[in-house]
Design a protein around this ligand. Structure first.
Ligand SMILES: NC(=O)c1ccc[n+]([C@@H]2O[C@H](COP(=O)([O-])OP(=O)(O)OC[C@H]3O[C@@H](n4cnc5c(N)ncnc54)[C@H](OP(=O)(O)O)[C@@H]3O)[C@@H](O)[C@H]2O)c1
Length: 305
């Protein structure tokens, strides 16, 4: 039987709004509570247009979460590492875990972390997502971990400049990518089917491309020539920041990522939908004939604004 009420922690953000849209598409009668620190912001108000009720609370002040958790049957959550950094990410995760432990009768928690999250990585945000997800799992609420890989939405702001797609990947790296929509679709399916999904973790991957292939697809869709430029790792920090540079080092030297192809098929098999290809993403997000305005602003870009 469907749950009545789902609390979406991060519900006014990119991923959370996509989750609310996908829950709505399931054609169930969920009541959706979107947690926000401030109901008056534009992004909070935009969330009400998706049919969610805004509820005010702050992960930094766990007492503000309790009344909302008490209303909820199930919880979806993400925490934006980029806005707060490593230590605060873990602290906010700890606060959420403690609040979950104080709530009664929660049936399911779905946490959206990061692809390849594991204990032995040197990439701070991948590691903090791992720590948070382990702590949330220990809360005792039936837990599903989703691990989305690099979001295609990042290309909206990285973009093509003067016909060049510059990114710190070498020629051999197959770069696994997904979308807010696919991560949200998987989230909605998991929330709807608690018994099947609780206790498991899933990498969410939709397409697997080298930088050459990524540039070629952008070129096909926009109709403009696009050349890939492999930014050397020792120049990546100056251009993209330290965290991004460490992440790309990880993609090149620890990933390889061809193994992730299996995860694309697994998404299809386990969640019952065909993940978006990069070409489909571009066509659905206004890249045909050229791109003027970004369709999305990724969380790490918001954190820098
Ligand atoms: N970019 C990628 O390729 C990629 C891939 C995989 C995973 N990720 C992960 O995706 C995450 C970012 O997700 P996103 O893009 O959805 O972020 P986002 O758009 O910046 O949304 C952040 C959400 O968190 C809420 N929030 C922030 N601080 C809060 C607090 N103290 N208490 C309660 N709510 C709070 C915000 O609500 P209000 O502002 O309304 O309060 C908003 O709803 C990052 O952790 C990143 O590591 C990114």
């Amino acid at each position: 039987m469907s749950a009545d009420t789902i609390l979406v922690v991060g519900g006014t953000g990119n991923q959370g709004q996509a989750v609310i849209e996908q829950l709505d598409r399931l054609d169930t009668d969920y009541r959706i509570l979107a947690l926000t620190r401030d109901t008056s912001t534009d992004h909070a108000q935009a969330t009400t247009e998706l049919g969610a009720e805004l509820v005010e609370g702050d992960l930094a002040d766990p007492e503000t979460l309790q009344a909302h958790l008490d209303r909820a049957d199930k919880v979806w959550a993400t925490i934006n590492f980029w806005a707060v950094g490593y230590d605060a990410h873990i602290e906010l995760g700890e606060n959420l875990a403690e609040a979950l432990e104080s709530a009664d009768g929660l049936e399911h928690l779905v946490y959206s972390g990061a692809g390849d999250q594991r204990s032995d990585t040197d990439v701070p945000h991948i590691h903090s997502h791992y720590v948070v997800s382990e702590r949330l799992r220990e809360s005792g609420v039936p837990y599903t971990g989703l691990k989305p890989v690099y979001f295609m939405e990042n290309w909206e702001t990285i973009g093509v400049e003067d016909g060049v797609l510059a990114f710190p990947l070498d020629e051999d790296t197959h770069h696994h990518q997904t979308t807010y929509r696919d991560t949200a679709r998987a989230s909605a399916v998991a929330l709807e089917n608690t018994e099947e999904f609780a206790g498991n973790e899933y990498t969410i991957a939709s397409d697997l491309l080298t930088l050459e292939e990524t540039a070629a697809i952008i070129s096909d869709v926009t109709g403009e020539a696009v050349e890939p430029y492999h930014v050397p790792l020792d120049e990546a920090e100056a251009e993209f920041g330290e965290e991004f540079a460490v992440m790309c080092d990880h993609f090149i030297n620890e990933g390889g990522h061809t193994s992730f192809e299996a995860n694309i098929r697994r998404v299809e098999r386990e969640f019952g939908f065909t993940p978006q290809t990069f070409e489909e993403y571009l066509r659905e997000n206004g890249w045909e004939g050229g791109k003027d305005e970004p369709a999305h602003v990724p969380g790490w870009v918001k954190a820098m604004q």
